[in-house]
Design a protein around this ligand. Structure first.
Ligand code: NCD
Length: 311
């Protein structure tokens, strides 16, 4: 397996065969995670530090579990309580941590580009756990693995990404990953939540769910990212749900075996109906969480091999 990267900063830097390498290795970790002895020692002796400058439940828990299952010493920095509050810059914080000799730094930050900048200042492997509205590579990889397992392939599928595209790093990373793997991508949402010039990425844009969902294999819903909006993007949540919330009627336009995805956390009754989210025949939302741990184990394993020079 070749994975010639020092960091995992985004999907943008990955070639299709490298994406496949990560997903294939993740399959092995899915099997490990389903067994009785959920432990390997590929990161034994290495130190992983998680720095989350933005709230996170599942991504932080997932990276922590992934590191522990691979035998790393894992530390979570409580960034809210750290010197950042006292005015220390991101780079000073990074340099301080760097002096403690971590091997893997997992970073989430509210500013697009902050994680790339940090990666230039430290001498360990950096994994981007989400930077602003820029990239969230492990989310796109776990989504890719979930799709590949449900559909038996990750190419030539018709995939709709719906909702708040403009504020979503999940959408951005997925558009790149699914495009590199040669799928047909449709973006559905109100024009106010659609980034301008997005058609250049080779996607089709719709502002009507019934039309956009017609015959798709995969329906990927996004959270309304209210924390990144300064008002005026949607008339009201009720109106938004009426037009863009995924319910049984709108889903009936997709293929009968279409799967439903959501990265979480969900706003039930805003972008997705609870019955659809919980429908075990359609929704793969819990599988996404399961695949998240496996994909993060695979990504950290591959980066660690490079650290040891054994790649
Ligand atoms: C996403 C994120 O943080 O970008 N969530 C996640 O990582 N599970 C999407 C979101 O917050 O809506």
């Amino acid at each position: 397996m070749t994975f010639p990267h020092r960091h995992l900063l985004g999907i943008e830097q990955l070639r299709p065969e490298e994406i496949t390498t990560i997903l294939d290795l993740a399959e092995e970790y899915v099997a490990l995670n389903r067994g009785d002895k959920k432990h390997s020692d590929v990161l034994s002796g290495l130190t992983q530090i998680n720095m989350f400058f933005e709230n996170s439940t599942r991504t932080q828990a997932s990276f922590e579990l992934a590191g522990k299952r691979l035998g790393a010493d894992v530390m979570n920095m409580a960034m809210q309580a750290s010197s950042v509050k006292k005015g220390e810059t991101l780079i000073d914080t990074a340099l301080t941590l760097n002096a403690m000799h971590p091997d893997l730094l997992v970073v989430r930050h509210p500013h697009s580009g902050a994680v790339d900048l940090l990666a230039q200042k430290v001498n360990c492997a950096v994994l981007n756990a989400g930077d602003g509205r820029h990239e969230h590579p492990t989310q796109a990889l776990l989504d890719g693995l979930t799709i590949r397992r449900a559909k038996g392939r990750l190419h030539r599928l018709s995939i709709a990404i719906c909702g708040d595209i403009a504020h979503s790093r999940v959408a951005r990373s997925n558009i790149m990953l699914l495009g590199k793997m040669e799928n047909r991508i449709r973006l559905i949402g109100p024009p106010t939540l659609m980034p301008s010039g997005i058609e250049e990425f080779g996607v089709e844009v719709f502002d009507n769910m019934d039309e956009g969902l017609k015959d798709v294999d995969v329906v990927m819903m996004l959270r309304l990212q209210k924390e990144r909006m300064d008002g005026g993007f949607i008339p009201s949540e009720r109106e938004y749900y009426h037009r863009y919330g995924l319910d049984a009627e709108k889903l009936s336009h997709a293929k009968p075996d279409a799967i439903v995805m959501h990265p979480g956390p969900m706003n039930r009754g805003v972008e997705i109906d609870s019955d659809i989210a919980d429908d075990i025949n359609r929704s793969v939302i819990q599988e996404q969480v399961e695949m998240g741990v496996a994909v993060r184990m695979a990504a950290m394993d591959l980066l660690a091999r490079n650290l040891k020079g054994t790649a």
